[in-house]
Design a binder for this molecule. Structure first.
Ligand code: HEM
Length: 198
């Protein structure tokens, strides 16, 4: 199912998630280094990284939400997307709490601030898996008819171009979501391509 918000032919949400994931996870690693070394330079940097990570998380969430509302009701993708999105909002909330708690003295954050960050990362491991499930398993954010020889996203051609039965896959764009059917049609098309290759 194609993403609703794209830049240069690719979904915007996965472009932005690197900021919260990278910044927030690294901030927790810096907290741990502080606990081991006692050097408060690490926690001062973590404080600013958490602030930037929160802003990145909110920006990423807006685009994730825009893709999620386009997923048809009653599908597994809709339910997984809800858990993924709500879980990530909890993650961002925990880091907001962590940031607020350390605002008075970022050099030596209170235990609660460090625990909130650790809890956020643990939950993010689960929500990131759910995000991977949305894309890799359920095909959310994947162009209709995508295959190993799809033409460039910058071309005017649909992803299904060049695939046996590609025209049929592309035409499903206007039909209600039928993931199973799409997968079946793509699988049979691949089978055809494999046969031709041998
Ligand atoms: C801090 C906030 C968030 C982070 C770090 C995050 C992270 C991720 C990750 C890691 C993926 C998998 C990307 C891939 O494998 O290519 C993903 C996909 C996805 N996420 Fe999020 N997410 C966030 C917020 C949200 C929210 C609030 C929603 C709305 C319910 C949402 C909806 C989606 C959807 C629909 C996809 C499928 C791919 C797409 O449509 O672009 N995400 N997200």
């Amino acid at each position: 199912m194609e993403s609703k918000v794209k830049l240069a032919g690719h979904p915007v949400h996965p472009m932005l998630i690197v900021f919260p994931l990278g910044l927030l996870a690294t901030a927790v690693i810096f907290d741990i280094i502080f606990l081991v070394s006692g050097n408060s330079q690490w926690t001062v940097v973590a404080y600013y990284m958490i602030g930037a990570g929160i802003i990145g998380g909110v920006a990423a969430a807006v685009f994730g939400w825009l893709d999620w509302i386009a997923i048809p009701n009653g599908t597994r993708a809709r339910r997984i997307g809800l858990w993924h999105g709500a879980g990530n909002m909890v993650v961002v909330g925990l880091f907001i709490l962590s940031w607020v708690l350390r605002r008075e003295g970022p050099e030596v954050p209170p235990t609660g601030a460090i625990v909130a960050g650790l809890a956020g990362v643990v939950i993010a491991l689960v929500t990131a898996w759910l995000g991977g499930e949305l894309v890799g398993r359920l095909g959310v954010g994947v162009d209709e008819g995508a295959h190993l020889n799809s033409p460039s996203s910058l071309s005017e051609l649909p992803a299904s171009a060049g695939l046996a039965g590609g025209a049929r896959s592309a035409s499903t764009n206007n039909h209600p979501y039928t993931g199973g059917e799409r997968r079946a049609s793509v699988a049979s098309s691949y089978a055809g391509a494999d046969r031709r290759g041998h």
